[in-house]
Ligand binder design. Structure first.
Ligand SMILES: [Zn+2]
Length: 352
């Protein structure tokens, strides 16, 4: 075999230059293209092999061949990138133009059917009952300003609920809402009365024991109109108890204090577990022998709250009540520990 000469090395480079565009063009997949590229530019590739023949030629010739080789290498790299992009584009186009997956096809494996979580069941029922009475669902954000969550509701700045220990604050001074009353504030600040809304949602507090969870669900209900009185509030609560807990369920209001209502009350319903056929209640362990179960807090919307939202309390009055969905679920099903609702043990969930 003849020793390589500058001319023969240049010829080899020329042949590679002439051939590589067609070889890239022929690569139909990204992998084929990468393989082809490695054959040309790789450590054991064709370009290296050609340059390996330069040992016996003069320094001048080596310099000019080196320049040729660098040009070729750059052109191969540019062509490789271009072809790679073209392949990516065409595979994306193929995907977009392919027939879509039929998501409605039945599964191949039979799985047992699940059902809604007890919290969802109870929340949906509460909402259904209140909708049937005439309230409409209204929504609001879970990340809230201190002003909307506390100040406009009439919480004094030193109220324990505003404490760092009781709420989840963000570094920019906002907090995860501690109740769905922020929706009441937002609605009353932006919608002219009258209004009748239900505000279901998730709320957050730094609480964690058998009857408190750091994340739980509330449904708030509020009505603003002319000449709304406690009688309307009591009427709606009675209707709610009747439709939700069953016909003949008694309701009682016990005076209580909440910053955003005046007067305020806590609401008990007759215990569903120790009800006698004649409608009286014997008292049981669930209701702690009282025959009553506390389910919610309520009251007439405080005039200061109206003023904070730009509503004239001389013209408009209203009521609000709010309940914890978990609490209502516990009362309805006799669940002793709120944590059962969040552990998602299938043996527990299958009972609903
Ligand atoms: Zn009872």
């Amino acid at each position: 075999m003849e020793a390589p000469t500058p001319a023969s090395i240049e010829r080899s480079l020329g042949e590679l230059r002439a051939a590589f565009p067609k070889r890239f063009e022929a690569a139909a997949t990204e992998q084929a293209l990468r393989d082809e590229n490695a054959k040309i530019l790789g450590k054991k590739g064709e370009l290296k092999a050609i340059l390996g023949q330069m040992g016996s030629i003069s320094a001048d010739a080596r310099k000019s061949i080196g320049a040729l080789a660098n040009d070729l290498k750059r052109d191969v790299e540019v062509a490789f990138d271009k072809r790679l992009q073209a392949l990516a584009r065409s595979s994306r186009d193929a995907e977009l133009n392919a027939p879509p997956f039929d998501l409605t096809l039945p599964g191949r494996q039979l799985a047992p059917l699940g059902h809604a979580h007890p919290i969802s069941i109870v929340r949906d029922e509460i909402v259904d009952v209140l909708e049937s009475i005439g309230f409409a669902v209204h929504d609001g954000p879970e990340l809230e300003t201190e002003e909307t969550n506390f100040t406009k509701l009439g919480f004094p700045p030193d109220h324990p609920a505003t404490d760092m220990q009781d709420s989840f604050w963000t570094t920019d001074g906002r907090l995860l809402r501690t109740h769905t009353s922020n929706i009441q504030i937002r609605a009353m600040s932006s919608i002219p009365p009258p209004m009748a809304f239900i505000a279901p949602g998730v709320v957050y507090r730094r609480d964690d024991d058998a009857t408190h969870s750091p994340m739980f669900h509330q449904v708030e209900c509020f009505l603003v109109d002319r000449r709304v009185t406690v009688a309307h509030l009591k009427g709606v609560l009675g209707e709610f108890a009747e439709r939700f807990f069953g016909s003949g369920t008694p309701v009682r209001l016990r005076p209580s204090y909440f910053p955003f209502v005046e007067p305020g009350a806590e609401v008990d319903v007759g215990c569903p577990f120790c009800k006698r056929p004649d409608g009286t209640r014997a008292g049981c362990s669930v209701c702690k022998r009282t025959g009553w179960m506390e389910i919610l807090g309520c009251g007439m919307i405080h005039p200061v709250v109206f003023e904070n939202c730009g509503i004239d309390p001389e013209q408009w009055t209203g009521f609000a009540f709010g309940m914890g969905v978990e609490r209502v679920a516990m009362v309805r099903y006799g669940i002793p520990d709120i944590r059962l609702l969040f552990e998602n043990d299938p043996r527990f969930l299958a009972q609903f």
